[in-house]
Design a protein around this ligand. Structure first.
Ligand SMILES: [Zn+2]
Ligand SMILES: [Zn+2]
Length: 342
């Protein structure tokens, strides 16, 4: 067992047979800073902290597979069990890679799994190509010149300008991007002003951009800059844009996707595999691992999202019935990719 990558990351190493091949399986571990609204016994006991994305379930599944494989050793080669911190926005997967994950633990391929509310429990969603979107954030400060609200002509109205910028940004999706490509530009915060009768000097906009294709992603930042600068210039205001690239898109590799599908079929049967799940505009820092090594990220149905049982919802509940399915999937994947010598 190796500790310390990305501070609290843990990598378990398990060898069997004499083979030199190696693969990695990854589970995320972190919770979310939110209060749980469930009343059952296994709800979070820590105020302001909740496993609302089911990463505790992912960790349990991978530990289950590690326990089984350590006892049965029905494979030939090395398996690395990656327990990764800080998936939720801080990019713990990226930090583990930067600190030498794949140099310390060289593998031919890497695999990830996430529970997926809204999909039938125990059903898998597996597809080559994009599964999750790239995720960027931006801060846009618009500075005009404050004035008395009754005398707007004496200033440059940052609020009206910011409103026009918010509207104009919608043309990135509707007018600048190929209609067959996906992009979301969402302004999620508007901060400005403190009084009924004062037009403030400046307004702060914040938002997020989601894309699948790198080329569409690369075009988003200059488009925001061009539009914001143009609208602000028209109004006589100034603007300042801070654009931060967070996670890249999660793109599954074709060959490894077939290996993942074969393992899932062996566990739950053909009828329980959705080979054409609709990709999500959500994001996943497993994307960084898939940019370093070929691999596949699958969804495992968590059951209907009744009562708010959706990811990041205070009513979320990880479905314990899928623990064995997930652990079996991991173990089967290892036994199929690294078959034991006859
Ligand atoms: Zn998650
Ligand atoms: Zn999450």
């Amino acid at each position: 067992m190796h500790r310390g990558l990305a501070k609290t990351g843990v990598v378990g190493q398990l060898k069997a047979g004499t083979g030199n091949r190696a693969i990695a399986l990854r589970a995320d571990m972190d919770a979310l800073p939110m209060d749980e609204h469930n009343s059952f016994d296994h709800r979070s006991t820590v105020p302001g902290m909740m496993h609302a994305c089911g990463h505790d379930g992912h960790t349990t599944m991978l530990l289950g597979a590690a326990k089984y494989l350590a006892e049965s050793k029905g494979f030939d080669g090395t398996v690395y069990f990656i327990f990764q911190p800080a998936e939720e926005g801080e990019g713990g997967g990226k930090v583990m890679i930067e600190e030498g994950l794949f140099e310390q633990f060289p593998v031919e391929s890497v695999y990830g799994l996430h529970n997926w509310p809204g999909m039938p429990a125990g059903q898998f969603g597996i597809a080559a190509g994009p599964m999750m979107a790239a995720f960027d954030v931006f801060d846009l400060k618009i500075t005009g010149r404050g004035s008395h609200a009754a005398m707007p002509h004496q200033g440059v109205d940052a609020i009206v300008t910011a409103s026009q910028v918010v509207s104009a940004l919608q043309t990135i999706a509707s007018r600048n991007t190929d209609p067959l490509d996906a992009v979301v530009v969402s302004v999620t915060q508007i901060h400005g002003g403190d009084a009924y009768n004062v037009i403030p000097d400046s307004v702060q906009l914040r938002g997020t951009v989601r894309t699948f294709k790198d080329s569409v992603r690369d075009a988003a930042e200059p488009a925001i800059r061009r539009i914001a600068a143009g609208v602000c210039a028209a109004a006589g205001a100034e603007m300042e844009l801070d654009y931060h690239r967070r996670y890249p898109s999660t793109i599954n590799h074709a060959d490894e996707t077939e290996l993942a599908a074969a393992a899932a079929v062996a566990v739950v049967g053909d009828a329980n595999i959705d080979r054409k799940p609709i990709p999500s505009m959500g994001s996943e820092d497993f994307a960084y691992m898939l940019r370093e090594r070929p691999g596949c990220y699958v969804w495992l149905g968590n059951g209907p999202g009744e009562g708010g049982c959706m990811l990041h919802n205070p009513g979320y509940d990880f479905n314990d019935e899928i623990l064995a399915v997930g652990a079996s999937y991991w173990a089967t994947l290892v036994e199929q990719i690294l078959p034991a010598a006859p």
